[in-house]
Design a protein around this ligand. Structure first.
Ligand code: APR
Length: 236
């Protein structure tokens, strides 16, 4: 059913979450067993308050995440998605992930709704820097501002350009596929609902159930890499 709907769709939008990168060795946030938030309180580490009042903890937390990211690579599922963009089977990818893997694997039309860990920028003047500055504790800008990771922290607004692209794409979708998200965080979790409202079919591929399963047209509780590999073979 996934292959039939996927290969006949005219405008497919894919929404990815942390479950897209666990098979690249990066922990997700809410998996029952080893989700990151089981170990760290997001509001204590991944928030604007943490950056302001717990600077030491904040820096240690994000240095660790950047280092983990630098030793990980997009798995083959990412490359299927970028191939399908080239062949016209995928129009855009809306991602909650900050690992930059979709772009690394060649996808072009990507809305990074929660920012990216692949660069840092000055919180005051906005100048962008390589991650090395943050990793080497060179994190005070010439203007005096703090060079912080390019991720959206809890308590911060999402990047308007990414959200605008996500809204536009969601309205045009006739197929909306969720890959590896518990759909716990808004506004990302509103896009499947919006797509459905505009007449799209919604497919959720996720290891565990989500609270949006009942409104999906198809739910596949399997590993993403296997599902994408089989989908690619169907076309072959
Ligand atoms: N295949 C399929 N599903 C998987 C796989 C896999 N290999 N690995 C994990 N999953 C599923 C988990 O079962 C879980 O339901 O992916 C989902 C990931 O959900 P979360 O950990 O909540 O991640 P996500 O939905 O991306 O979180 C959204 O929350 O903390 C914020 O900013 C953070 O972007 C993040 C947002």
């Amino acid at each position: 059913m996934l292959a039939k709907w996927f290969y006949e769709a005219k405008h497919t939008v894919v929404l990815t979450g942390a479950g897209m990168s666990t098979e690249s060795g990066l922990a997700d946030f809410r998996s029952a067993l080893d989700g990151m938030w089981n170990e760290y309180d997001p509001l204590l580490f991944a928030s604007r308050d943490a950056m302001t009042y717990e600077r030491e903890l904040f820096v240690r937390f994000y240095k660790n995440r950047i280092e983990k990211l630098q030793s990980a690579m997009p798995h083959e599922g990412y490359y299927y998605l970028s191939e399908w963009e080239k062949s016209g089977h995928i129009s855009s990818i809306l991602t909650q992930n900050i690992d930059g893997f979709h772009k690394k694997a060649g996808s072009k039309n990507v809305a990074e709704m929660h920012g990216t860990l692949c660069e840092v920028y000055c919180d005051d003047c906005g100048e962008a820097f390589e991650n090395a500055h943050f990793l080497n504790d060179d994190n005070i800008c010439d203007c005096g501002g703090f060079k912080r990771p390019g991720v959206v922290l809890f308590g911060e607004p999402l990047p308007m350009s990414a959200i605008h692209l996500a809204k536009q794409e969601t309205r045009k979708a006739d197929l909306f596929i969720v890959l590896g998200s518990s759909l716990s965080v808004s506004p990302a979790n509103l896009f499947p609902v919006e797509a459905k409202r505009h007449g799209a079919r919604v497919i959720i591929v996720n290891d565990e159930e989500t609270k949006y399963d009942t409104m999906a047209d198809l739910v596949i509780n399997r590993k993403i890499k296997d599902v994408l590999t089989e989908l690619a073979e169907e076309k072959g």
